[in-house]
Design a protein around this ligand. Structure first.
Ligand SMILES: [Zn+2]
Length: 204
């Protein structure tokens, strides 16, 4: 991960996968409402805390206790420190009350996705064309497949449609993630690809 917008102004965390094309971890973090909670709970374990269940069920980080045999103070190479986060070692402190409470709060939480971004004018044309062909309404707008932002998705059907040019890497990536990816013409006036209509059970 990286702090955003900058190292000296940390407002958010950008998480990314270093594996080429991604290993599907980020998708799982978003799709499984309990995944972030599990990450937070595991973080507390790695940070040598005990009495974690009680602290989480009561929502009170002051109930966390230190494992008896731990020599670790702010962080060690078995918990938070690594060679990759060396520039951040000064700031890392596993004993921070704020951090402990944040992790306890996250461990009690569930992920709820924010409402999708509103479609723009061009998207309205496409959405109308989908509706005119009796296709279901897309349930995902502008979501990621690999590194590409894909315009329209029908998650329940695992079907996606994009205006991006057809490339082998993108097609392969979509296939690897279980998506049927259909490439759209530049405007809906040219008609919907029959493949899309067929996949979604509409009529042209
Ligand atoms: Zn440690």
């Amino acid at each position: 991960g990286e702090p955003l917008p900058a190292r000296d102004n940390r407002r958010a965390i950008l998480a990314y996968e270093a594996t080429e094309g991604g290993a599907g971890v980020l998708t799982r973090l978003i799709d499984d409402p309990k995944a972030i909670a599990e990450v937070a709970r595991t973080a507390l374990e790695l940070m040598h805390f005990e009495n974690i269940e009680k602290a989480i069920s009561d929502g009170d980080a002051t109930l966390l206790t230190d494992a008896d045999d731990e020599a670790c103070v702010r962080g060690c190479y078995r918990c938070l420190l690594s060679y990759f986060n060396q520039p951040d070692h000064e700031q890392i402190d596993r004993a921070s009350d704020e951090v402990k409470q944040l992790l306890v709060d996250l461990a009690r939480g569930e992920t709820v996705l924010q409402q999708q971004t509103k479609p723009d004018a061009a998207a309205h044309l496409w959405l109308s064309a989908f509706a005119a062909a009796n296709l279901p309404e897309p349930d995902a707008l502008h979501f990621e497949i690999g590194e590409a932002s894909i315009e329209y998705g029908w998650k329940t059907h695992r079907v996606a449609a994009t205006l991006k040019p057809l490339t082998d890497p993108l097609a392969e990536q979509a296939q690897a993630q279980g998506w049927e990816l259909v490439f759209l013409p530049s405007s809906p006036g040219e008609g919907l690809p029959p493949e899309l209509v067929e996949l979604l059970g509409g009529n042209a």
